[in-house]
Design a protein around this ligand. Structure first.
Ligand code: SF4
Length: 367
């Protein structure tokens, strides 16, 4: 068994955690600890933990201030293509969905980059659908090179790659990789990924590790909340991230907590995970891994995102377009999901400041 397979088995082991059996005493004990173990994350995610959400919020506020001060980093995603060869039941880009497909030329990417940079942002997340034919590695590397001229920090959220491919993208100027497992339940994973290379659970599971092997400085973990049992998925996400953090202590680890959202031609794709449970997830992850980054996307309402400022999140997206292009004029391709928070960079900046926090446009200098 290689290292990635061993990690996969260790993550699967958390699947039997009994959330219903957790007691209030266990929650109190977990909240009193300076350093939480994986089981404590399970405790805080439990229904009993939910009854102590106010105490979790107080502690998360204190921990967030200790590790991150009052800083909230700002970034925006840039979708450069929406062609996809996968059939994911929950996503607007799935190959069976009849939407406007598009791919930006390098010249169009440059124009988009200039428009985004003019808003003051210095961090960008490049996304494509997952098509190695339409968005090959050279295309993504070329796009990264353009973005690295305009932004201090470039992330990518594209199909899982091998180590050599990740190295090419890293050397082009990218800093971090986001590959979300969507669900850690292998049976459900197989059911919601109807066809395409994404059906390969193990290949996706090992992607963040391969990115670190290739020299990336950061990786992001997440499950799509609402696909399955969110408590199990978040506990498995924490287990995965912790194993990677132990093996790669230099890695910058971050989490994202996306919930299902409606998308073009599917308006009923709502998550069964409510905002209160999502808040529980965010607080629990903050207390479990106090040093990790935590993003909250525009899948969530503006009021909810603002409410979480200071309570655990460290990054907010702003001025978001979830279609292809659209920052410098009309978008070329349809959106991946309907966003809930359509505020501009300036509006999000003001909302952060109104909460007594510091909007941070750059916390990284490439040398
Ligand atoms: S989730 Fe990713 S792989 Fe699946 S359809 Fe959407 S873009 Fe394609």
């Amino acid at each position: 068994m290689n290292n990635a397979e061993l990690m996969m088995e260790q993550v699967k082991a958390v699947w039997n955690f009994d959330f219903e059996a957790v007691t209030s005493n266990q929650v109190h004990r977990a909240l009193a600890k300076e350093r939480l173990a994986l089981d404590d994350l399970g405790v805080l995610l439990s229904p009993a933990g939910f009854l102590h959400i106010e105490e979790m919020a107080l502690k998360a506020r204190e921990v967030t201030a200790r590790f991150f001060g009052r800083n909230i980093a700002l970034y925006t995603p840039l979708y450069i293509a929406n062609h996809c060869v996968n059939e994911c039941s929950y996503c607007g880009y799935n190959l069976r969905n009849h939407i406007r497909r598009a791919k930006l030329s390098f010249k169009e990417i440059e124009t988009e980059a200039e428009a985004i940079a003019a808003t003051g942002l210095t961090e960008i997340l490049l996304l494509t659908g997952e098509s190695r034919v339409k968005s090959d590695v050279d295309y993504i590397a070329g796009a990264v090179k353009i973005l690295a001229r305009h932004f201090r920090c470039v992330g990518i959220e594209v199909y899982p790659m091998n180590v050599d491919e990740y190295r090419q993208i890293q050397q082009a100027g990218a800093d971090y990789v986001s590959v979300y497992q969507e669900t850690y339940d292998p049976d459900l994973y197989d059911r919601v990924h109807l066809s395409g290379p994404k059906k390969d659970y193990a290949w996706r599971f090992g992607a963040n590790q391969r990115a670190l092997e290739a020299g990336f400085r950061g990786v992001s973990f997440g499950a799509l909340l609402g696909l399955g049992d969110f408590r199990r998925d978040v506990l498995a996400t924490g287990a995965h991230a912790e194993l990677i953090a132990r093996k790669y202590p230099q890695a910058e680890i971050s989490f994202s907590t996306p919930r299902l959202r409606p998308f073009p031609n599917q308006e009923k794709n709502e998550s069964h995970v409510g905002e209160a449970e999502l808040a529980q997830v965010i607080l629990a992850l903050r207390l479990f891994m106090p040093w990790a980054g935590l993003s909250l996307s525009t899948r969530e309402r503006a009021e909810f995102r603002d409410h979480l400022i200071g309570l655990g999140i460290t990054r907010l997206s702003a001025g978001v377009e979830t279609g292809v292009g659209g920052h410098s004029g009309e978008g070329k391709g349809d959106e991946q999901f309907h966003k809930s928070d359509g505020r501009s960079v300036e509006e999000v900046r003001r909302a952060i400041a109104a909460k007594g926090c510091q909007p941070v446009f750059n916390d990284y200098v490439r040398v």
